[in-house]
Design a protein around this ligand. Structure first.
Ligand code: ADP
Ligand code: MG
Length: 364
């Protein structure tokens, strides 16, 4: 059992850096939660506060209803896997994995038994007597996980555990981490800066920026209904395209969004929504995912532009344009005859656009 509640948690470092601000989150028992955000957004600091490796400046941390702020790290029953693995170089794999059991004075025979059992599930049987320097990156990663599993913690914290591995191994290890999660049936918090990793692993994702939670949602929700422009641009590859726009209405009360001098009519539903939110006459940021963009014919509305980059990915192609000082990516079919240097018209259906207020970037 390990339910974690973070209640309005703040971290201010001595040098005045506000690393975490008003972090408020409930994590249920046996839940798998991902913290994702760019480097420096406070992911590690938050994990370290949960683990007890960093003081909490303000707010409350509860584990199973008990306040943990002042409980020492060793009494929290939490295991953490670090990005750099932090293995003891002078110890063998078996010794590294058994270290916490030795501290707990578990008898030698029982230690060996436990380590061997976990080594089997992680595919480390053959390297138990090696030193960390004699292991591959993937093996070191497994040892770090094994060392944490041995302790049977109530909570598993993983801080970018795969970022030192190559892409193929990373994919494989992701699968193994999910398997491990199902087998261990403990609460997991997994930190990554990689949105693809978050999207493939996550059921519940917490997106962070500058020490603040931006959105807590499932991968689908994050993708389909980003709460603000930051989340919209952070989740998805290639990123969402953004256009400056203004909500306007003509004399027949048809609502459109004006982008680069063109009025693009919106659906009845969106028109009502714009009016309801008092956005008529206001500046907006229009977000469109590359897959919701199209190359259109000359009689459709759109923007004529020269292809800057043509990228063929096998099953699909991407065309990149410059527009209004920004990059625009358009997904198109693999067999397109369009190439770099061609001038074509790109457009999009207004049903698929995301609207954000131009000032704060909040979803409208
Ligand atoms: P992330 O893990 O998301 O990359 P961190 O939690 O490591 O981010 O850092 C969040 C912010 O706190 C950054 O601005 C970082 O420079 C700052 N920070 C981290 N550790 C310390 C520290 N010990 N002293 C002062 N500032 C720190
Ligand atoms: Mg970090």
């Amino acid at each position: 059992m390990a339910e974690i509640q973070l209640k309005h948690i703040y971290k201010k470092f001595d040098d005045g850096v506000d690393a975490v601000k008003d972090f408020h989150l409930d994590i249920k028992d046996k839940e798998f939660v991902i913290f994702v955000g760019p480097s420096g957004c406070g992911k590690s600091t938050t994990l370290r506060m949960i683990a007890g490796l960093e003081n909490i400046s303000d707010g409350e941390l509860l584990i199973d209803g008990k306040k943990m702020n002042d409980v020492p790290s060793c009494d929290r029953d939490i295991a953490m896997v670090f990005q750099n693995y932090a293995l003891y170089p002078h110890m063998t794999v078996a010794e590294n994995m058994a270290y916490s059991l030795r501290l707990k004075k578990v008898p030698k025979k029982e230690r060996r038994q436990k380590v061997e059992e976990i080594a089997r599930t992680l595919g480390l049987e053959g390297v138990l007597d090696r030193k960390p320097s004699e292991l591959s990156g993937g093996q070191k990663q497994r040892v770090a996980m094994g060392r944490a599993i041995v302790r049977h913690p109530k909570v598993f914290l993983m801080d970018e555990p795969l970022s030192n591995l190559d892409a193929k191994l990373r994919n494989q290890m992701r699968g193994e981490i999910l398997k491990l999660y199902r087998e261990l049936e403990t609460t997991f918090i997994y930190v990554t800066h990689d949105q693809t990793e978050a999207m493939t692993l996550g059921t519940k994702i917490v997106v962070l920026k500058d020490g603040e939670i931006q959105q807590i949602a499932t991968p689908q929700e994050l993708y389909q209904k980003p709460a603000n422009q930051f989340v919209a641009g952070f989740i998805g590859m290639p990123p969402m395209n953004f256009f400056h726009g203004k909500c306007v209405a003509d004399h027949k009360k048809q609502v459109s969004i004006r982008i680069s001098g063109q009025d693009i009519p919106v659906s009845e539903e969106m028109a009502q929504h714009i009016q309801l939110k008092h956005m008529l006459g206001e500046e907006v940021t229009v977000g469109v995912r590359p897959e919701d963009m199209r190359i259109v014919s000359a009689d459709e509305s759109g923007f004529d532009s020269e292809v800057q980059v043509y990228e063929m990915l096998g099953s699909e192609s991407y065309l990149y344009f410059e527009h209004d000082g920004g990059d625009v990516a358009v997904r198109t079919e693999a067999g397109t005859a369009i190439r770099k240097g061609d001038v074509v018209r790109f457009g999009f259906d207004m049903e698929h656009v995301h609207l954000f207020d131009a000032l704060y970037g909040n979803r409208i």
